[in-house]
Design a protein around this ligand. Structure first.
Ligand code: SAH
Ligand code: MG
Length: 211
C-alpha cells in the first residue's frame, strides 16, 4: 500500500519503507524511539485490548504514534515538548494524511492536562522524561477507562534500574534516574488498583491493567 504524501520525499513509500525511513532518521539524530521488542509487545497489547483512544506522553518524531494508530485505527493523542521533534512528527503524520486520527499536542506533558481532560483513554503509553513517570501516571490515569492499560517504555533503562548493587558506579544524574524509575517500578507493582507486569524486552516495558 502506498503512503500518500504532500511535499516530502516520503512520497509513494510502502509502510515498511516509511517505517525504515523514520528509524534511519532516529538513528542519525539520536532520537530514542521504542525498540523493536518493546514495539512488538505494544502492538500485541493493542491487538488484544483494541483501544479506541490512546494517550501517548512523548511523541518524538511520531514513530510509535504512527505504529500504534496503524493497527486498528486507534485515535491517538500524543504530547511533545520539543519544538523540533513536534515539527518532525507533524511532518510525518501529514505525510500519511493522518492528522485527523493522530493529534499532536505541543506542550510539556505536565501542563497539557486541560487539553485532554474531557476525553477518556483506553490506553496510556508513557515514554517521556524518565524522572517524571510517576507524575505522568498520577496526572493522566484518572482519564483511563476501566480495564484500561498503562504501557511504559524504558522501565529497565539499559538494565540499570534493577541492578541496585551497581548504583554507586553510575554518574550522579544516571543514578538519580535509575532511582526514580525504581521507585516508580515499586509503586506500580504494589499499586492494588492495577495488575502490573514488567518485561525485560527492548529497554524494559511494563503493562499495568486497571482493575
Ligand atoms: N514515543 C516515541 C519516543 C519518545 S522519546 C517513539 O517511540 O517513537 C521521548 C520524547 O519525550 C522526546 O522527544 C522528549 O522531547 C519528550 N519529552 C520528554 N519529557 C517530556 C515532557 N515532560 N513533556 C512532553 N514531552 C516530553
Ligand atoms: Mg522509550
Amino acid at each position: 500500500m502506498a503512503v500518500q504524501d504532500a511535499d516530502t520525499n516520503l512520497l509513494n513509500l510502502s509502510f515498511n519503507e516509511f517505517d525504515l525511513k523514520l528509524k534511519e532518521y532516529a538513528k542519525e539524530f539520536n532520537v530514542p524511539i521504542i525498540k523493536d521488542g518493546g514495539l512488538a509487545l505494544l502492538e500485541q497489547t493493542i491487538m488484544l485490548k483494541r483501544p479506541k483512544r490512546i494517550l501517548e506522553i512523548g511523541t518524538a518524531i511520531g514513530y510509535s504514534a504512527i505504529r500504534m494508530n496503524r493497527l486498528i485505527g486507534s485515535e491517538i493523542y500524543t504530547i511533545e515538548r520539543n519544538i523540533d521533534m513536534y515539527n518532525e512528527a507533524l511532518k510525518n503524520v501529514k505525510a500519511l494524511n493522518k492528522e485527523n486520527e493522530i493529534h499532536i499536542i505541543f506542550k510539556d506533558a505536565l501542563e497539557a492536562f486541560d487539553d485532554v481532560k474531557n476525553l477518556e483513554f483506553d490506553m496510556i503509553f508513557i515514554d517521556a522524561a524518565k524522572a517524571q513517570y510517576m507524575k505522568f501516571f498520577n496526572l493522566y490515569t484518572p482519564l483511563l477507562t476501566k480495564n484500561g492499560v498503562v504501557f511504559c517504555d524504558n522501565m529497565l533503562f539499559h538494565g540499570l534500574v534493577l541492578d541496585e548493587a551497581n548504583y554507586d558506579n553510575l554518574s550522579r544524574s544516571v543514578r538519580g534516574l535509575a532511582r526514580k524509575l525504581k521507585a516508580f517500578h515499586d509503586e506500580l507493582l504494589s499499586n492494588k488498583d492495577y495488575k502490573t507486569s514488567v518485561f525485560d524486552i527492548g529497554d524494559g516495558v511494563s503493562i499495568s491493567i486497571k482493575l
